[in-house]
Design a binder for this molecule. Structure first.
Ligand SMILES: [Zn+2]
Length: 138
């Protein structure tokens, strides 16, 4: 029999958020969603699938970026690897830099770019006769 102290120690260890241990402990079970009655797999015994959980979070509004992550966590449908990526995402946010900023996305470059449609090609020669001919048909 392990002593009380040993049991307490084991309990303490189980409380440490360790991704490696979490991955080992991550057990997916197949369930039927109470919302849409589709089969799905969850690691936290969620009653609702990812889609229905997301629906609960957004209440029909367009989901924001964080809502996808929240739905994945709440519904327990994230794989251990996805949770790890998410953890890394959150850490990078805490450091004050996002992947979008690193890639230079999210800038409004599109609105500043206008193709020079009115500029004529260099080899363009204006033909008065041709212009008049086409002009008559107008
Ligand atoms: Zn569902």
């Amino acid at each position: 029999m392990p002593s009380t102290a040993e049991l307490r120690h084991l309990h303490f260890l189980s409380q440490i958020p360790n991704i490696e241990e979490e991955e080992m402990a991550l057990q997916f079970v197949s369930k039927i969603c109470v919302g849409c009655e589709k089969a799905f797999r969850t690691s936290n015994n969620s009653a609702k699938c990812y889609d229905c959980t997301l629906e609960d979070i957004t209440h029909g509004n367009p989901p924001e970026e964080g809502d996808f992550n929240t739905a994945g966590i709440v519904s327990g449908t994230l794989s251990a690897q996805e949770r790890r990526y998410l953890q890394q995402d959150l850490e990078s946010v805490e450091l004050g830099r996002t992947t979008e900023e690193e890639l230079g996305l999210g800038e409004e470059e599109d609105e500043e770019y206008y193709p020079d449609e009115e500029e004529e090609p260099d080899d363009w020669e204006y033909d008065e006769k041709e212009a008049a001919k086409w002009g008559d048909e107008g």
